[in-house]
Design a binder for this molecule. Structure first.
Ligand SMILES: *[C@@H]1O[C@H](CO)[C@@H](O)[C@H](O)[C@H]1NC(C)=O
Ligand SMILES: *[C@@H]1O[C@H](CO)[C@@H](O)[C@H](O)[C@H]1NC(C)=O
Ligand SMILES: *[C@@H]1O[C@H](CO)[C@@H](O)[C@H](O)[C@H]1NC(C)=O
Ligand SMILES: *[C@@H]1O[C@H](CO)[C@@H](O)[C@H](O)[C@H]1NC(C)=O
Ligand SMILES: *[C@@H]1O[C@H](CO)[C@@H](O)[C@H](O)[C@H]1NC(C)=O
Ligand SMILES: *[C@@H]1O[C@H](CO)[C@@H](O)[C@H](O)[C@H]1NC(C)=O
Ligand SMILES: *[C@@H]1O[C@H](CO)[C@@H](O)[C@H](O)[C@H]1NC(C)=O
Length: 682
């Protein structure tokens, strides 16, 4: 619930500043900071030649100059485990799982919190898919005791939740990473530590009496709770007790407050109202660093200062007690990557960003490996395949464009699927473009016909991740391909950094094995209906009923619509507000759909199993208006045959509502992007 409410809070925070259409604009809050710090700078446009050179260099078996790359096959290895056995990869029985490899270090407050937070461990137990295994390692000299501790943490959580089954799928090695002697250290060290919560975030305290500064690990408050990061400067530190009351003496300083007695929110709010520059909450001796977040309605109040949690530092406490001046500054020391993976096919893979301390990010990546394996299986089904784009750079206006000949007899198929991929100029996610923009595919097979340049498919880019791979059934749109030569145009925001797109059309039969096609319906006519527009008070008055008659010998009529909401008015519309969409047939049949998961904390994380790319930069986890980052937009199909007069005239009208009413934003209206069609089958 807490996180859900924090969604709403952030909507409020950024609503004023964001341009519409850069869907997911809330990410701006931290990402600009992160890009510079975490090394995930996707800066510099890649020319086609650079990209080709890079691909050539990276072509061979794990042989590029920089070592192993994502997508390279993982060489066999074995490591000693705590029980004195060996974990051998691949297993002698054959590979049928994905493997997550984690390197722990207690120098990271994020990892300390990850491994001590009950809910973080519970998440692992509840969502780690059966097709996955995990190998837990430690970077530290204390690897043996770290491994025992990690095991006991999981055992404890497994006992509490009665999910001991997981213990047969997790392995712990007492050998520190730097003594493994295999390729794993190289990959952990050479793959850029991505985004936030990787690398070692630290607070550095100084005081005139000390010889050396005191460097302490720190965990910043949830990225989507508190806006803004620490400045690159030195702050003075001022004691404010438990922070449960305002404390005027902290004005201009970083407030040093203890955990406990009131919520993190109350502490930060009090310190903000006391004009503190920021807050450091310390854990009492022996207590772990916690995940600082708001809870419930707290999240609706915007707090303008940064906050982090550290351990109690006795030297700091003593100096403050003795009225010695103490200053604090904030730094990030690079670290190896904490997580890498091997997919079910045996290829190395990155794990993306861990936005807050929970093992759900491990689960989501592993769930996506399951999805990807399933998709590969689906792609072995018989189909006539037409390659439209093969690693084509899509950037600027008009994006990726090509003209191809359609296979003869294309119209005899009743299934049309789009197999699309979006990858990056380089093999690493750090080369991927940021933001979640729409990608729209238009096709024109008859320049002079009414169906030229209609939308055939829509996807949303995966913020900083290049693994997107989707299969979308667009069979009703087959009539768009009525022609011999068709021009395909795939475009995203013209200002976006480059994506490398792949697109194949798969023509097939819905009943391939039966061989009898007599009762299959073919879409033979398409009538474009309504498009979207600015989601303001006039949104619905722009639509008028469309009258139509059903062509003779039609057996079925469908409405096919692809609708997504973008932008951010004061209600978060259309990206993060719940909108409903209605096709009213003959004045009485109200065909409705509501984007109920828009604005929910995990609405899109729950769709990883459908192919939503996990662990992206930014707030990919939140539900959105009809879409998710890194996912195809699923068409909405309604069979309206029973609602029609097949021999007379019919009407259809679209309208879109917010909370059951016409939208009425005060400013910054959002945008609905919609293509809709009537599809006639015979
Ligand atoms: C990690 O460090 C904290 C203090 O920095 C300590 O309290 C804790 O016991 C350590 N955990 C492990 C597993 O070493
Ligand atoms: C993988 O294979 C092992 C041993 O052959 C089997 O016990 C296990 O159930 C399989 N796992 C999956 C996810 O198929
Ligand atoms: C918490 O509150 C109690 C009771 O008011 C007080 O004695 C204690 O000092 C407080 N803790 C801190 C760290 O200020
Ligand atoms: C496939 O064909 C069989 C027999 O022709 C028919 O009964 C069945 O409904 C068809 N299935 C689909 C999905 O069209
Ligand atoms: C559609 O039909 C209705 C009722 O027959 C009529 O009033 C209306 O003008 C028609 N609309 C158009 C756009 O032709
Ligand atoms: C359908 O339209 C025809 C022609 O206008 C009309 O004669 C007939 O009554 C209509 N059928 C129904 C069920 O409304
Ligand atoms: C259609 O249904 C929605 C609720 O799902 C309702 O708000 C709307 O008023 C209905 N419209 C008509 C014309 O029945």
């Amino acid at each position: 619930m807490a996180a859900l409410d924090s969604v709403a809070a952030v909507v409020l925070l950024v609503a004023l500043t964001q341009p519409f259409f850069t869907a997911g604009t809330r990410k701006l809050v931290k990402l600009n900071v992160v890009d510079g710090v975490g090394g995930a700078s996707a800066s510099g446009a890649y020319s086609r030649t650079q990209r080709q050179q890079q691909q050539q260099q990276q072509g061979g078996f794990g042989s590029s100059a920089s070592g192993f790359e994502p997508g390279d096959p993982a060489p066999p290895f074995h490591v000693e485990t705590l029980d004195g056995q060996q974990f051998a990869y691949p297993p002698p029985s054959g590979l049928n799982f994905s493997l997550v490899i984690h390197g722990f270090t207690n120098k990271s407050a994020f990892l300390e919190c990850l491994w001590t937070r009950d809910t973080a461990l519970a998440d692992l137990l509840q969502g780690f898919p059966e097709g996955a295994r995990a190998l837990f390692l430690s970077f530290d000299e204390t690897a043996r005791s770290d491994a025992r501790w990690m095991r006991s943490q999981i055992e404890r959580a497994a006992a509490a939740l009665r999910r001991k089954e997981i213990l047969s799928r997790v392995y712990f090695s007492p050998v520190p990473v730097h003594e493994l002697g295999n390729w794993i250290p190289k990959v952990l060290h050479s793959w850029v530590c991505p985004g936030i919560n990787c690398g070692l975030d630290q607070a550095v305290f100084t005081s005139p009496e000390w010889g050396l500064p005191v460097v302490a690990k720190r965990l910043d408050a949830r990225y989507d709770w508190l806006r803004g990061g620490w400045g690159q400067k030195s702050y003075s530190l001022a004691d404010a007790g438990d922070g449960c009351e305002p404390s005027p003496s902290v004005s201009g300083a970083v407030a040093w407050v203890s955990e406990g007695n009131c919520s993190f929110f109350v502490k930060v709010k009090n310190m903000a109202s006391s004009k503190a520059a920021g807050v450091l909450v310390y854990a009492f001796l022996g207590n772990p660093i916690q995940d600082m977040n708001c809870e419930g309605t707290e999240c609706f109040t915007a707090l303008g200062i940064p906050a982090s949690m550290v351990h109690l530092e006795p030297a700091v406490v003593l100096a403050l007690r003795n009225k010695q001046p103490v200053t604090v500054s904030f730094q990030k020391t690079p670290s190896p990557n904490f997580f890498v993976a091997i997919d079910q096919q045996g290829d190395l893979a990155e794990m993306g960003w861990f936005l807050y301390p929970t093992f759900s990010f491990v689960n989501w990546q592993a769930q996506w490996f399951d999805f990807s394996t399933q998709l590969r299986k689906q792609l072995t089904a018989p189909a006539q395949v037409l390659t439209v784009f093969k690693n084509v750079v899509m950037q600027g206006d008009p994006g990726a464009v090509t003209t191809v000949d359609l296979p003869t007899g294309a119209m005899d198929f009743d299934v049309l699927q789009l197999e699309a991929t979006l990858s990056c100029p380089g093999k690493r996610d750090e080369t991927c473009a940021p933001w979640d923009h729409t990608v729209q595919l238009y096709v024109c097979c008859d320049k002079f016909g009414p169906l030229c340049d209609m939308e055939l498919g829509r996807w949303i880019t995966a913020f900083h991740r290049g693994t997107g791979h989707w299969l979308t059934d667009v069979s009703p749109l087959m009539p768009l391909l009525d022609g011999k030569k068709c021009t395909f145009k795939m475009q995203t925001a013209p200002w976006a950094k480059p994506w490398v797109s792949g697109l194949r059309l798969r023509f097939g039969h819905s009943n391939h094995s039966a061989g009898d096609h007599s009762n299959i319906l073919y879409p033979f006519k398409l009538e474009p209906l309504f498009n979207g527009g600015t989601f303001d008070k006039d949104y619905n008055s722009r639509y008028h009923p469309v009258n139509f008659t059903v062509p003779p010998s039609t057996k079925k009529v469908e409405v096919y619509a692809v609708i997504t909401g973008h932008g951010s008015d004061e209600n978060g519309c259309g990206e993060f507000c719940v909108t409903s969409h209605h096709f009213l047939v003959n004045g009485i049949f109200n065909n409705s759909r509501s984007f109920d998961s828009a604005g929910t904390a995990l609405g899109c994380a729950e769709r990883v199993g459908e192919g939503a790319v996990p662990n992206e930069g930014g707030t990919w986890l939140y539900g959105r208006g009809g879409w998710c980052d890194g996912l195809q937009v699923n068409p909405w199909r309604m069979d309206i045959t029973q609602q029609l007069n097949m021999t007379g005239s019919n009407s259809i009208l679209y309208f879109g509502l917010f909370r059951g009413k016409d939208p009425n934003p005060a400013s910054n209206p959002g945008e609905i992007i919609m293509y809709s069609y009537l599809v006639f089958y015979k």
